[in-house]
Design a protein around this ligand. Structure first.
Ligand SMILES: [Zn+2]
Length: 80
């Protein structure tokens, strides 16, 4: 699914983390908000900051139900 680079309607969840930031939960992967715009949010995989993984996966969400994935795949399994 990392090859899908167009906007798709999908189910995802926003989660507020303890530090007041925003997380995104989608297909078992957790993302961290990188930059917020008026109608879209840029996300990076929460494992991006992991020194061992440095997962390159990213995505963009628009509103509550539209998501666009980057062409970079996750390099790890979903968080179960
Ligand atoms: Zn990842």
């Amino acid at each position: 699914m990392c090859v899908n680079r167009s906007w798709i309607a999908a189910n995802f969840q926003f989660k507020r983390n303890r530090r007041g930031g925003l997380n995104l939960l989608y297909h078992g992967y957790m993302y961290t908000a990188e930059r917020r715009y008026n109608s879209t949010i840029n996300w990076v995989c929460s494992r991006n900051s992991s020194l061992t993984l440095r997962c390159p996966a990213r995505c963009i969400t628009a509103g509550q139900s539209n998501i666009k994935l980057s062409q970079r795949c996750h390099n790890h399994s979903p968080i179960s």
